[in-house]
Design a protein around this ligand. Structure first.
Ligand code: G4P
Length: 193
């Protein structure tokens, strides 16, 4: 997606060889128009697949996920990282380890919002090691629903996320693929020298 690539080039800040900061349009301040286009692109890619629900994880997955949900005209469901006191009914849960933060959190989704009839598109902001998407897929499996695919805004292709998701049988669609963050600059897949 050219617009997204241009935004990463213009506003992305390389923190180190593994982390790209995109607080200006995705992780802190959100570019709503760009997210609208992101949602539309996921819709174009998956519109023939009978998606009934978009599933993401709080917080940064919500912006692209809700825009996708708007285009598909289906609900956007997000996994919560802490059990809220208002959640009184049964919930699915999965443990997700974050290599970036070196923490493990249990994420939950209320059973009433996901069922065996659902065809789910998982959406997340970043794909690094794939743990978040694998955890969400585990929740989809617990619900006996179907994961149709995984839509990612920024894939770091030098990390094993895609390989791990594909090994799990998941179709992965990334809108922007970063090949490297070496030399304090972003190099996209297909533009390596
Ligand atoms: P994984 O899900 O692919 O395994 O990734 P990882 O454990 O490394 O990611 C943990 C968190 O860090 C996730 O957000 C993920 O979106 C984010 N992240 C991973 N790599 C980068 C990066 O290069 N840049 C930025 N900006 N974020 C990255 P999270 O902890 O769920 O945070 P949030 O959604 O509440 O913002």
């Amino acid at each position: 997606m050219d617009l997204l690539k241009q935004k990463v080039e213009a506003d992305g800040v390389v923190i180190d060889e593994k982390i790209l900061k995109v607080d200006g349009f995705l992780n802190h301040q959100i570019d709503a128009k760009l997210m609208h286009s992101v949602g539309q692109t996921f819709y174009e890619q998956f519109k023939e697949t009978g998606i009934t629900k978009i599933l993401t994880i709080e917080a940064s997955g919500i912006a692209p996920a809700i825009m996708a949900a708007m285009h598909f005209d289906v609900p956007c469901l997000f996994a919560k990282k802490a059990k809220p006191s208002t959640l009184t009914k049964e919930a699915y849960q999965a443990d997700i380890h974050s290599f970036t933060k070196n923490t493990t959190s249990t994420v939950i989704v209320a059973k009433e919002f996901l069922g065996a009839h659902d065809r789910v598109l998982i959406i997340d902001d970043f794909l690094a090691n794939g743990d978040a998407s694998l955890g969400l897929n585990e929740i989809v499996q617990q619900a006996q629903a179907t994961t149709v695919g995984v839509g990612i805004v920024v894939e770091k292709s030098f990390q094993p996320g895609r390989e791990r998701l594909e090994q799990a049988g998941l179709k992965v669609s990334s809108l922007c693929k970063v090949a490297s963050l070496s030399g304090n600059k972003v190099t996209f897949v297909g533009e390596e020298v």
